[in-house]
Design a binder for this molecule. Structure first.
Ligand code: HEC
Ligand code: HEC
Length: 239
């Protein structure tokens, strides 16, 4: 019965494929993989992120990809998540779902979606236990040393471009809600008087939100983006 229920949900949100050729039902882990890759998991029309936007699923992230989130390979049985802040896997997932994907309410424990996502995460977690991953949030934002422009260009391509598109034009960006970089900073002296533009960008990257302004951009921990790479990125952006 449960599996039939998953199919109903899959059809309701317009996902293809409730037919595996046998009994017409999709196994939970497979449905979970579809949900993982589909921004329509969130009912918000302003959301264009899927889990896969920010998380890879291979043992090490593919080269050329610097994500804000860790790979979720072997994530299901980590001792804790979000640097020890979350002790239940579903809470760790719901943090992303609500804050980044604009999910209005957290996915309930027994919903077909959270069950399927769980089965999918288990299917890519061969180790029965795994240590928690370090996660260091930069609390107080301070300026960083500028680095190498060429390195900064690479960091932009690997960390920012998938959402923001090409520098200066935004070409290929994931959503029009993702601003054009670095041109969006042209207004910052008016919007944030007395604060150096670079510091506004650092605040945004480190916290995902900034100076009382919200947003759904993910935050970058020190593990996801070192201060050195951030300094190179700022140099590339001319800030
Ligand atoms: C906009 C980017 C973004 C999206 C979309 C997103 N996440 Fe995350 N997620 C993060 C960041 C950043 C973290 C914190 C760093 C980390 O722990 O991986 C995180 C953490 C996690 C963690 C904890 C990992 C750990 O070991 O600490 C899990 C599990 C997770 N996300 C699952 C999901 C799932 C499932 C979805 C889709 C429903 C999702 N995330 C969507 C960015 C995102
Ligand atoms: C997962 C998608 C995603 C990634 C990756 C991402 N951003 Fe964003 N970013 C957004 C979205 C969406 C917005 C607009 C909503 C908001 O402000 O959160 C935004 C907003 C911003 C803003 C604020 C623009 C304004 O309104 O003033 C800055 C600055 C920024 N991003 C810089 C970066 C930099 C630098 C990187 C790479 C280190 C990056 N972003 C990576 C999605 C992303």
């Amino acid at each position: 019965m449960k599996r039939a229920g998953w199919c109903v949900v899959a059809l309701a949100v317009g996902l293809a494929g409730c037919d595996d050729g046998s009994d017409g039902r999709v196994p939970a882990a497979e449905y979970g993989e579809v949900l993982f890759n589909d921004s329509r998991l969130s009912e918000s029309s302003f959301n264009s992120f899927s889990c896969a936007t920010c998380h890879s699923t291979t043992p090490t992230p593919p080269s050329g990809r610097m994500d804000s989130g860790y790979t979720l390979y072997d994530a299901a049985f980590r001792e804790s998540w979000w640097g020890g802040f979350e002790t239940r896997l579903l809470d760790a997932v719901n943090f992303c779902y609500v804050n980044f994907m604009r999910g209005v309410t957290p996915l309930p424990k027994d919903s077909p979606q959270s069950r399927a996502l769980y089965e999918y995460l288990v299917s890519i977690s061969p180790s029965p236990s795994a240590p928690a991953r370090p996660f260091t949030v930069v609390k107080d934002v301070v300026d960083v040393t500028r680095g190498d422009v060429a390195r900064g260009q690479q960091v932009y391509a690997e960390a920012c471009q998938s959402c923001h598109g090409a520098p200066h034009t935004g070409e290929g960006r994931l959503t029009e809600l993702a601003s054009i970089l670095p041109e969006v900073t042209d207004d910052y002296d008016t919007l944030f008087p007395g604060v150096p533009k670079s510091l506004v960008v650092i605040e945004k990257v480190r916290h995902g939100q900034f100076f009382g302004v919200g947003g759904n951009m993910p935050l970058y921990s020190l593990e996801a983006l070192s201060d050195e790479d951030l300094g190179a990125l700022l140099a590339f952006m001319g800030l």
